[in-house]
Structures are given as structure tokens and as C-alpha cells.
Design a protein around this ligand. Structure first.
Ligand SMILES: C[S@@+](CC[C@H](N)C(=O)[O-])C[C@H]1O[C@@H](n2cnc3c(N)ncnc32)[C@H](O)[C@@H]1O
Length: 206
């Protein structure tokens, strides 16, 4: 039996896009960082951290198959305010088909500033990241998060989920960027269980 058929049988209850995600993970485990897309409860825990009343765009990094994208829309983020960045061509294609109303961009999150410039996006209020931060080398991680905060005002938030017990953005990276992090949700109903962390600019001492 071919690997695709075996995986299909094993994952019979999951939809086709989750199967494609799983097959891609078999080939690129480090780049994907998870064997399966996030579950609905985790996606909703990310989305509820974003204040829909505040003006500004929301950028999703590492959209995958669009589970968090859908939760952001369901939470009331206007389609014209949502930008989704995904590096993997196969996942980009899934996102493009699933969300024709959104700006879905095939790009590396390392090029965030350039992507926002190219799309004329000047005001970002939140970044929702599904990137496998723990698999990304420190300098690249710092580059991505620094660009995210450069695009946001002082009240901008960077949301990141993790399967680990500690902050997915280590203190050694938070400090030089002037950030503080807080675990805002614990989602035991995800596979595997996950936490959502929220990072903000530290208030300046006066
Ligand atoms: C753990 S998966 C999360 C997918 C989806 N957000 C979810 O929660 O189900 C990580 C996603 O980030 C994407 N990714 C990893 N590194 C990236 C990068 N440097 N730029 C853009 N996307 C990236 C992967 O292709 C994958 O879709």
C-alpha cells in the first residue's frame, strides 16, 4: 500500500486538507512543526485575543490549512483586514481556494516588512502566528518578530501558540526587542494540548 493510501486510511476521519498537511509534515517535519492542523478550540483561543473594535489589519503567519484563519473571520475580523502568509506552495493553494476573499500571500515570514509594503498595509494591530518558532533559529525568529512589531503601534500584540511548557519566544529574544509575554490560554482539548502566548511592547519606565 502506498504511503498516501496508508495515511488516508489512518486519517479517514479528517478532511482532505488535514491529510495533505499530514503528508507534507512527513516530508518537512521541521518546517511544519506539527503533524496536524490546530483544532477549533485552539484556533478560537487565538482569535478571541484580538479586539475587533480596534482599527487595523491582522496578519496571520503560517496559515497552514486555514483553521486559525477561519476562527479569525468567525470572531469578526473583516476579510479586508486579514492578511495570511504561508510559505509552503501546497498549503498556499489550499488557503487560496478556501479563502478567495482574503489576501493570501505565498511568502516567507522573514520577508514580512516587504510583503506589507508591497500590499500597501500600513496599520497592523495584531499578528497571529502559527509558525513553529521553536524550530526556527534565534536570529531568524528575532528578525520575524522585530518586523511584526515594527509594523504595529505600541499597543500591537503578537500571538503565538506552543505545545511546550514555556514561552515559545524565549526571554533572550524578548528582552532585546523590548517585549513582555504572558500565557493567555491553555487549551487541553487540542492535539497535542497547547498554550497561547501574547507578547506586547514593554511599557517604558518614566
Ligand atoms: C504548526 S503549522 C500551523 C498551521 C496553522 N496555522 C494551524 O494552526 O493549523 C506551521 C505553519 O507555518 C508555515 N511556515 C513555517 N515557516 C514559515 C515561514 N518562515 N514563513 C511562512 N510560513 C511558514 C508552515 O508551512 C505551516 O503551515
Amino acid at each position: 500500500m502506498r504511503i498516501a493510501e496508508r495515511a488516508d486510511a489512518a486519517l479517514g476521519r479528517l478532511d482532505r486538507s488535514a491529510l495533505k498537511f499530514f503528508l507534507l509534515w512527513l516530508r518537512k517535519p521541521v518546517g511544519l512543526g506539527a503533524a496536524l492542523p490546530s483544532g477549533g478550540p485552539l484556533a478560537r483561543a487565538m482569535a478571541r485575543e484580538i479586539d475587533t473594535a480596534t482599527p487595523g489589519a491582522v496578519v496571520e503567519l503560517g496559515g497552514g490549512t486555514g483553521v486559525i484563519t477561519q476562527a479569525l473571520l468567525d470572531a469578526g475580523i473583516a476579510p479586508e483586514d486579514l492578511i495570511v502568509i504561508e510559505r509552503e506552495p501546497e498549503l498556499f493553494t489550499i488557503l487560496r481556494k478556501r479563502f478567495p476573499q482574503l489576501a493570501v500571500i505565498k511568502a516567507d515570514a522573514r520577508d514580512l516588512a516587504g510583503v506589507l509594503r508591497a500590499h500597501g498595509i500600513t496599520r497592523v494591530k495584531a499578528v497571529a502566528s502559527g509558525l513553529p518558532l521553536l524550530n526556527i533559529p534565534d536570529p531568524i525568529c528575532q528578525q520575524i518578530v522585530a518586523q511584526a512589531f515594527a509594523a504595529m503601534g505600541s499597543d500591537g500584540i503578537y500571538l503565538q501558540y506552543t505545545y511546550g511548557p514555556t514561552s515559545p519566544l524565549p526571554l533572550r529574544l524578548q528582552k532585546p526587542l523590548g517585549l513582555e509575554g504572558k500565557r493567555v490560554s491553555w487549551v487541553p482539548m487540542n492535539l497535542p494540548p497547547a498554550s497561547v502566548w501574547r507578547y506586547r511592547k514593554r511599557a517604558l519606565d518614566t
